[in-house]
Design a protein around this ligand. Structure first.
Ligand code: NAP
Length: 323
């Protein structure tokens, strides 16, 4: 149950500048029905393992594809592989011939019902607080997709009071997102990994963002951004992907739009993107030449506005190399 709660929290991502009373209005009135629907999905044990369609766009760059095939499969590890986006990334890696996929989870014993049974054989164990376990998980990998995150847990609140969250002891963003990010980057370096894709979050330019205010010195967005900056200075080829609020809506249907530095934060009212689209983008980042050494915000345009993104080389070409 607690694993799903961050979803509610991240819905607040979209109203991060609201005052507390405004936030309550947001949750209860303005967006009431949709919020309740999403909350029910988030709290349901039946959260779909596959959030989106399985119709995968073809690899967008024939140049990139030819390079991969000529040099054999891309050995690619996704961390946070039992997470709601990580498991989708693992599925997509396993579906494609270009990859020899692995998924890192904290404990294989905890993945039942979250990672598809047939993918359990691709799992390895590792913890971002234990660099030796990371080095072992990344040994022999060409690319790593980082999809780990500190996970907010709800605090008990009085009936009618606004939702309130914190983090478990030892699992605050400084430990998981920054120190854990640095550990993953350093482990990737020492394992000879050639490309690291880091999934962070939009909103990280604003220290007063609601998400930064979860927990004492939570600052989740700030610590994610610090880890991104560390990666970008690490000397490792990188792709930093900062999505808007994540949805369990079908993937592969909406047009993706890239930007930087939260410039798109209020473009469509509330930046959002299906988790399956983020998973796809992270996988495409490994394949696309234009994704190398790029940092981008990404959102999905409202349904019906534009057509499904299929040319990922062109999408990454629009991004720059700085946060
Ligand atoms: P999620 O379901 O919360 O998954 C996070 C994963 O991190 C979990 O699988 C968890 O492992 C793993 N993790 C936590 N501590 C770890 C540790 N010490 N060692 C190894 N793994 C650890 O993630 P999500 O909601 O799909 O989000 C994916 C990414 O997008 C995250 O970086 C998130 O911050 C970012 N993002 C989210 C939103 C949103 O709306 N939710 C918006 C923008 C960006 P266990 O499975 O073992 O618990």
């Amino acid at each position: 149950m607690a694993e799903q709660n961050p979803f509610v929290c991240y819905r607040l991502h979209q109203v991060s500048s609201c005052s507390q009373p405004a936030l309550v209005r947001y949750c209860n009135v303005w967006d009431g029905l949709e919020e309740i629907a999403y909350t029910m999905i988030a709290f349901s044990s039946a959260v779909p393992l596959v959030a989106g369609t399985r119709s995968l766009p073809s690899v967008s760059s024939s140049r990139a594809k030819v390079t991969m095939i000529a040099s054999g499969k891309m050995r690619t590890l996704v961390t946070g592989a039992a997470g709601r986006t990580g498991r989708l990334a693992l599925e997509r890696l396993c579906e494609r011939d270009e990859f020899d996929a692995r998924g890192m989870v904290r404990s294989k014993a905890g993945v039942e019902g979250r990672v598809k049974d047939e993918l359990h054989e691709f799992l390895v164990e590792g913890d971002v607080t234990d660099i030796e376990s990371l080095k072992a998980a990344m040994d022999g990998m060409d690319a790593v997709i980082i999809l780990t995150s500190a996970v907010p847990v709800p605090l008990p609140t009085e009936e009618g009071a606004p939702p309130s969250f914190t983090y478990a002891e030892g699992a605050f963003p400084q430990v998981i997102d920054y120190d854990g990010g640095v550990n993953q980057i350093e482990a990737a370096k020492s394992a000879g990994v050639k490309h690291v894709v880091f999934v962070g979050s939009m909103g990280s330019t604003d220290d007063s963002n609601m998400l930064n205010r979860i927990g004492p010195n939570g600052n989740i967005l700030r610590f994610k951004r610090k880890a991104e900056e560390y990666l970008m200075k690490s000397g490792l080829p990188f792709t930093v992907i900062n999505p808007g609020g994540l949805l369990n809506d079908p993937a592969g249907e909406r047009q993706l739009q890239v930007g930087k530095n939260d410039e798109m934060y209020t473009l469509y009212g509330r930046p959002s993107i299906p988790r399956g689209d983020v998973a796809e983008l992270a996988v495409q980042a490994v394949l696309c030449e234009n994704a190398k050494n790029k940092a981008l915000d990404v959102l999905a345009k409202p349904p019906g506005d534009g057509s499904q993104t299929t040319d990922f080389e062109a999408l990454f070409a629009q991004a720059g190399g700085e946060l």
